[in-house]
Design a protein around this ligand. Structure first.
Ligand code: AKG
Length: 306
């Protein structure tokens, strides 16, 4: 009987246990990001990795970006220099539209639970993508904040980046500038060109204070939409692949079209719809939609080229 009761109490304790403890939530609030080990089940991680490996194999048969997303742009983006022998698939847009495993990871895994613990209880999905840096690839991500790409009525948005490979200091980890989510929202337009990156002087200033987000495959980085971040090229012989899903508080209403339109945009993934809009106070320029498959081409533009 005693044992039976403790099993019952144990169940209620487990059921009531918050998915993030207060030190984790406080860390996210103060630093603007949070790393969580083993964030998804091993079977799901294997399925995501297997699917991505299949897409790399498929990429060998293509010499230019291919596939089509909702708005007609290419789904699969290739880095210049890509070839059959040395594939350089660098971006899959909206994988949740074409893979039930990626959709499951976005909606049914603990990823959405962690996000709900930070900005919920009511949470909407916004968009997803895979960013890959295969060995030898030159792809880097210039310093930026996500919010100017996806402005909403308030800034309760979280970018969730799931490591599909082990990420080390050598293979181009995400780099973040802690506490920068509390500062200003920076302009990504320079001399009339939307470069998708902050000014060079600011980027130079961020670099020495940057924190590398490294971890084993299955580690999740939860990042506030206003946190400054970027990443360097992969200097190793090992791939670096991230599944990236962006979520918003349910009452944050988009102010611009999504840069990665997808079938499930706006879907409530946790909680319910309140039918309300919550507004923050900011005054920022609208973004420009990328003309090609991904923002890597936008970031390759400089003000001088306009
Ligand atoms: O792939 C990365 O290292 C960073 C991704 C990123 O910042 C983005 O896609 O907005």
């Amino acid at each position: 009987m005693r044992q039976g009761l403790s099993v019952i109490f144990g169940f209620f304790e487990t059921a009531a246990m918050p998915i993030l403890d207060s030190s984790q939530s406080d860390f996210f609030d103060s630093r603007g990001y949070l790393l969580i080990d083993d964030a998804v089940d091993a079977g799901l991680l294997r399925a995501l990795r297997r699917q991505f490996a299949d897409w790399i194999e498929e990429s060998r048969g293509h010499s230019r970006p291919w596939g089509e997303t909702l708005d007609g742009r290419a789904r699969f983006d290739l880095e210049p220099g890509h070839g059959r022998e040395r594939p350089a698939l660098r971006r899959v847009n909206a994988p949740t539209d074409i893979s039930t495993d990626y959709y499951r990871a976005m909606r049914d895994s603990r990823i959405a639970d962690y996000v709900a613990a930070l900005i919920g209880p009511n949470v909407r999905f916004h968009h997803s993508k895979i960013n890959s840096k295969l060995p030898g690839s030159a792809t880097a991500v210039k310093w930026h904040q996500d919010f100017p790409f996806t402005p909403h009525s308030n800034d309760d948005l979280v970018t969730a980046l799931l490591m599909l490979d082990d990420v080390t200091d050598e293979n181009g980890p995400l780099q973040v500038l802690p506490e920068s989510h509390r500062g200003e929202i920076y302009d990504l337009w320079h001399d009339g060109v939307f470069t998708g990156a902050v000014a060079d002087e600011l980027a130079r200033d961020c670099q020495p204070r940057a924190v590398d987000c490294t971890g084993k495959a299955g580690t999740l980085c939860l990042m506030h939409t206003r946190l400054l971040h970027g990443s360097a090229p992969n200097r190793s012989s090992r791939p670096r692949t991230l599944f990236i899903a962006v979520y918003s508080a349910e009452d944050a209403v988009p102010c611009a079209p999504s840069p990665v339109p997808c079938r499930h945009q706006g879907e409530i993934v946790r909680g319910t719809a309140s039918g309300r809009i919550r507004a923050g106070r900011f005054d920022i320029p609208l973004p420009q939609m990328p003309a090609s498959a991904s923002f890597f081409d936008q970031q390759a533009r400089t003000a001088r080229e306009s």
